[in-house]
Design a protein around this ligand. Structure first.
Ligand SMILES: Nc1ncnc2c1ncn2[C@@H]1O[C@H](COP(=O)(O)OP(=O)(O)O)[C@@H](O)[C@H]1O
Ligand SMILES: [Mg+2]
Length: 318
């Protein structure tokens, strides 16, 4: 019997999706990519495949799961299997430098960015591009905002580089980036399923740069009403985004072979959108979704279930 096969590395992020599949009676298997053995000389099993491999796998001690997944996805694709977020999507997930090239090619503005290999090159590169700041330093292979830092001066960067706190990016590549100052502290993340826009969520960034919308990443009191007046929640679904921007994102996803994504952008004081992150492993915030009466995982389950039914029609009863 054909299944929906989910390639994953973080079991916490799989659980909500698993629940949704089960509730719909969809047959599925989890492929835990933390480790594994695959006979790539034999054909893969029948079914629909969905990769949930994440750029932040190394932060969970799964440094090589991304490489294993690239090999497995290539094998699946060479056998003509239907793969959602295949090897090309993984390629963009793992490199912001490659994301930005794809974004720019689709006519989408990205912040000015330098890629730097070699810690000793950071200061001079930052000075040449951004003077005494401000600028952002972040790893090329990101995830959950880990290691994203705002520097207001070269001195700040120098102190960091020379301190024991310095953390080398997992692929060695640093990004030095224009800081896009938002007049209000929020960013927008536009969610896409099946390559089509689903909704956009406004994320409050006043607590800093680490933003994981997954319910598995606790946000503590950020969601609780304070005093008389209810505080605006950290994650809030908004009515929509600029239609031209939406169309450009859909073009990008089509060109890059990405079916499921959360694309993040920030608006500067003039209202110009700068797109800086394409997440092909997306998590949905259930509180925000419940308020708006929409469900990313239900839509995803329907999308994958629909593909399975189309490609492997249920046998007519005898
Ligand atoms: N160039 C930038 N200007 C302003 N804020 C930024 C910029 N880059 C990142 N940020 C902030 O840092 C957060 C994490 O950065 P991001 O590039 O999305 O890294 P990650 O891939 O780890 O999610 C963003 O959601 C945003 O709030
Ligand atoms: Mg991000």
């Amino acid at each position: 019997m054909a299944h929906i096969h989910i390639l994953y590395e973080n079991a916490d992020w799989l659980a909500p999706l698993a629940e949704t599949f089960d509730a719909r009676g969809l047959p599925w298997h989890g492929w835990d990519m933390a480790d594994g053995a695959f006979d790539i000389s034999a054909p893969p099993p029948d079914g629909v495949f969905f990769s949930r491999m994440s750029a932040s796998a190394h932060t969970r001690d799964h440094r090589f799961s991304t490489d294993l997944t690239a090999g497995v996805l290539t094998w699946l694709e060479r056998h003509g299997r239907y793969v959602v977020n295949g090897v090309r999507a993984l390629d963009l997930e793992l490199s912001k430098a490659r994301q930005y090239a794809a974004l720019e090619k689709a006519g989408i503005r990205t912040p000015r960015t330098l890629i730097v290999l070699g810690r000793h090159r950071l200061l001079e590169a930052a000075q040449q591009a951004f003077g005494d700041g401000p600028f952002i330093l972040k790893p090329n292979r990101g995830g959950k905002g880990l290691g994203v830092q705002l520097f207001n001066s070269l001195n700040g960067l120098q102190a960091y580089i020379e301190s024991p706190l310095y953390d080398e990016p997992v692929d060695g590549i640093h990004l030095l980036q224009q800081y896009v100052k938002a007049p209000e502290p929020y960013i927008i993340r536009a969610e896409f399923i099946g390559g089509r826009f689903l909704y956009a969520v406004r994320v409050d960034t006043s607590d800093g740069f680490e933003l994981c919308p997954a319910d598995a990443c606790p946000i503590g009191d950020a969601f609780c009403p304070v005093g008389e007046e209810a505080a605006r929640p950290k994650f809030e679904i908004i009515p929509g985004i600029d239609p031209a921007q939406k169309a450009a994102y859909e073009r990008l996803l089509e060109a890059a072979g990405i079916d499921v994504a959360g694309i993040e952008y920030v608006l500067d004081a003039e209202g110009v959108a700068f797109t800086y992150d394409v997440n092909t492993n997306t998590n949905y915030n259930t509180d925000a979704e419940a308020k708006a009466g929409i469900s990313g995982r239900a839509t995803l389950a329907d999308f994958l279930g629909g593909a399975l039914a189309r490609l492997y029609p249920p046998q007519a009863a005898e």
